[in-house]
Design a protein around this ligand. Structure first.
Ligand code: MLC
Ligand code: AMP
Length: 507
């Protein structure tokens, strides 16, 4: 095949007038409408001098045009680098520099701020706004709606997704065409997606979940999406009757359960509810079944690996587990000290191998070697066990990571900023239970002797450099950080001490 990802997920729909995107304003895009836009954008990015293998960094709002830009990158063989719309200019500068992006796409509202950044790193810049307008669209509008698909091999790169690290430096996870394609095909089959499905899509499209799991699965099965700009409870309840499936982070499900309009009747026609990106509390699973009669299907994945495991479609969907390794994917539990496989039932680190596993971190061979073994197993940083029936259970994390509403936050990145503030001796950032976001960020600050750091000023400073979702929900002054005999901060002790800070109520 000339370009496996394009040919299989997109090109196969050429000329189809079947519905692909149902938008919030009531309009619908057919597959053909979408593919013609993809081709026009492929011309427009090529006209900017971008060639196969180059990177395009895009911080743009969710829209059908934004999705078409992803398709255009696939068709033109360009590496797509989507970026959280919440990132600040500081954060974006790093991604643009590190990726060596040739073209930056942003909302017109951010053009002035980002133009010097793009110029500094030798990238061109164009705009694509939430309503589909912008300089890229203007250019694309004058282009042909047919584009000669650029040849690519299965192991050529298709996307870079940045994931933060325990050192505070983000790493570009390099995903190949086959990483994305194999996972989309596996999931579409495992979850029995067909062209009759209509997925209620309210996730952002700058992460694995919304872009690769949700969108690619729909493309692989020829179904349609109700494509919403973001999660809005009223709109979700309004649109559920037209959907057959929903994919969401646990916050979606707790928010739906918190609304009395979300009833058995409203959901009786639904085929499937999928949850992932963060742990779904067993009590949410149980409450959901009691309310709707449906069992949420929980699956487990990550940026570097796409999806690894899933509860079964037909068999028992077991609360508190993430199911079985997907077909073609191996999973083992190993001893963190020795790397040896542990006997069934024991807790250890989760390692995975398969066509889903990424190629490594962009220009970070040492980081890659630390996490990706020579034999192809990737050390996920999650801790788990396999029960007697083969269900995988995630019991914790070996990595210092907070997951808030499905977004990953690495404490180190925040601690580095807090430590730099006047009057601060040191700090520890931890995740504590939160009723809406699952976990949220708490910053603990130890003052320098005799100093009284200004917490409001510190919060204001943090907000200039960090995306809003990473901001500590609260900052507290404490006398000292608990340490073990090796001098390492005992975050588990802190997490216990402050566990009730945000008063979790059951779903
Ligand atoms: C928004 N805010 C968040 C937040 N989302 N803060 C912490 N954590 C979050 N996840 C901020 C807003 O900026 C706002 O700040 C305030 O919190 C409350 O906003 P909200 O209106 O209640 O939030 P909302 O916009 O409704 O967003 C919540 C959400 C959203 C859960 C719907 O975060 C979301 O769609 N999350 C999905 C993330 C996702 O796709 N993850 C997949 C990663 S891939 P203020 O101060 O302005 O009010 C992956 C691999 C895998 O993990 O396995 O899937
Ligand atoms: P990300 O780096 O954003 O892709 O996040 C991946 C991480 O999310 C994984 O390593 C897990 O820690 C977590 N995760 C994803 N799905 C689940 C799940 N179903 N249950 C628990 N944790 C999950």
């Amino acid at each position: 095949m000339a370009n496996p990802l394009y040919d299989t997920l997109l090109g196969v729909h050429q000329g189809s007038d079947a519905s692909f995107l149902h938008l919030q304003d009531g309009t619908t895009w057919s597959y053909d409408d979408f593919l013609r836009k993809v081709a026009q954008f492929a011309h427009a990015i090529t006209a900017e001098g971008v060639v196969a293998g180059d990177r395009i960094a895009a911080q743009i709002e969710k829209s059908p045009e934004a999705l078409a830009l992803y398709g255009a990158c696939v068709q033109a063989g360009v590496v797509f680098l989507p970026l959280n719309t919440g990132y600040t200019v500081d954060e974006l500068s790093y991604f643009i520099e590190n990726s060596g992006a040739k073209l930056v796409l942003c909302d017109a509202a951010n053009l002035d701020e980002l133009t010097p950044v793009a110029a500094k790193y030798g990238a061109r810049i164009a705009t694509l706004n939430s309503d589909g307008s912008g300089t890229l669209s203007d250019a694309a509008g004058a282009m042909s709606d047919q584009f000669d698909t650029v040849e690519r091999r299965a192991d050529d790169l298709a996307a870079f997704l940045y994931t933060s690290g325990t050192t505070g430096r983000s790493k570009g996870a390099m995903l190949t065409q086959n990483n994305l394609l194999s996972n989309a095909q596996t999931l579409a089959e495992y979850w029995q997606f067909t062209s009759d499905d209509v997925l209620l899509h309210a996730l952002p499209i700058f992460h694995t979940h919304g872009l690769f799991v949700a969108t690619n699965v729909v493309l692989a099965s020829g179904g349609a999406m109700i494509f919403l700009p973001k999660f809005n409870l009223d709109v979700m309840i309004d649109r559920l009757p037209q959907a057959t499936t929903l994919m969401g982070v646990p916050t979606f499900y707790t928010r739906l359960l918190g609304d009395e309009r979300f009833t058995r009747d409203l959901t009786k026609h639904m085929r499937l509810f999928v949850s992932g990106s963060a742990p779904l509390l067993a009590e949410t699973h149980v409450a959901f079944e009691a309310r709707t009669g449906h069992r949420i299907l929980e699956r487990y994945g990550m940026t570097e690996t796409n999806m690894n495991t899933s509860n079964p479609y037909d068999g028992e969907r077991r609360a508190g587990t993430v199911g079985f390794p997907l077909p073609g994917i191996e999973l083992k539990i190993t001893d963190p000290a020795t790397g040896e496989t542990l006997p069934q039932g024991e807790i250890g680190q989760i390692e995975v191998r398969g066509p889903n596993v990424f190629k490594g971190y962009w220009q970070m061979p040492e980081k890659t070697a630390e996490e990706l073994r020579a034999d192809g197993f990737f050390i996920t940083g999650d801790l788990g066990q396999i029960d007697a029936d083969g269900y995988v259970q995630i019991v914790g994390r070996d990595k210092d990571l907070i997951i808030s509403g499905g977004y990953n936050i690495y404490p180190k990145e925040i601690e580095l900023i807090l430590d730099d503030q006047p009057g601060v001796l040191e700090s520890a950032v931890i995740g504590v239970p939160h009723p809406d976001f699952g976990e949220t960020v708490l910053g603990l600050i130890v003052p320098q002797k005799g100093a009284t750091p200004d917490l409001d000023a510190i919060a204001a400073q943090a907000s200039t450099s960090l995306a809003r979702f990473k901001h500590p929900r609260k900052l507290l002054l404490i006398d000292e950080l608990p340490r073990n005999t090796m001098g390492k901060v005992q975050k588990n002790v802190l997490r216990q001490t402050y566990a009730d800070m945000f008063q979790v109520t059951s779903a």
